[in-house]
Design a protein around this ligand. Structure first.
Ligand code: ZN
Ligand code: ZN
Length: 253
């Protein structure tokens, strides 16, 4: 299984528009972060988790030529705003499968009403195949996917486990029975926004405590704000099996 970090930034991305913060002005490519998303490929299959406003650029950058489906963690715009840009995949392949909690599907229908239109649909609008997921495992071809439920302030979000890889973003609290689903991981990806407290995201310390609890072989941190600091400086402060993810990073599991 090959994982590509398409974006590792928080909702505004890095650099933030108009910002003169030193991290936003950094010339290090690891300090430039598109909105959070990850590409998961195994055998001949290609899936993406979330489809934010940078989706088009991310697909071009990753040279992605087909899309077997999109899994959504939750409905926030930094995870969903790129849905219209599935059009090139739709034109080549037909309906694109999407997987999300029923509340998220409802939100997508409201925001992208023309995509979900069933009568007199405007030609050129893409079509999706809706898969509502609950908090129980489902299959993508030969892969078992296990949803992990957490809270993002008071909003339910799903993380996803694929075999010995798990991807969790926009988490603030996770019940122990959900943490139990994360045993024996090779790689855990989890969000770490910044050092200062935040109402709906793990801080760096909270993310590190969570990594310790889950105890994967390796962990990568994502959904990073410019306020966390320079990539290279923060990386030096992390335990030896914990890494800051950065855009275009690829790992094989
Ligand atoms: Zn987010
Ligand atoms: Zn969010």
């Amino acid at each position: 299984m090959k994982i590509t970090f398409l974006g590792t930034g928080t909702s505004q991305g890095i650099p933030v528009i108009g910002s003169t913060h030193p991290v936003c002005l950094s010339s290090n490519f690891k300090d430039k972060r598109l909105r959070v998303s990850v590409l998961i490929q195994w055998d001949n299959y290609t899936y993406v988790i979330d489809c934010g406003p940078d989706f088009r650029q991310q697909m071009l950058r990753a040279d992605c030529t087909k899309m077997d489906g999109i899994l959504f963690t939750h409905e926030h715009a930094d995870h969903t705003a790129g849905l219209d840009d599935i059009r090139p995949f739709f034109f080549k392949q037909g309906d694109i499968p999407i997987y999300a909690h029923k509340r998220v599907i409802k939100e997508l229908k409201r925001r992208f009403d023309y995509i979900f239109e069933t009568e007199n649909k405007y030609p050129g609008a893409p079509n999706v195949l809706i898969n509502k997921i609950k908090n129980k495992p489902f299959s993508l071809h030969n892969m078992k996917v296990v949803p992990i439920k957490g809270l993002h302030y008071n909003l339910q979000v799903f993380g996803f486990r694929f075999d010995r890889f798990a991807y969790l973003t926009d988490m603030k609290t996770i019940e122990d029975k959900e943490v139990d689903k994360l045993k024996d991981l090779d790689v855990l990806v989890v969000n770490a926004l910044r050092k200062e407290p935040h109402v709906s995201h793990f801080t760096l310390d909270e993310a590190l405590a969570f990594v310790k609890k889950v105890n994967p072989k390796k962990a990568y941190l994502t959904h990073i704000s410019h306020l966390l600091g320079f990539h290279d400086e923060v990386q030096q402060q992390l335990p030896e099996n914990v890494f800051l993810a950065y855009d275009n990073l690829q790992i094989t599991i």
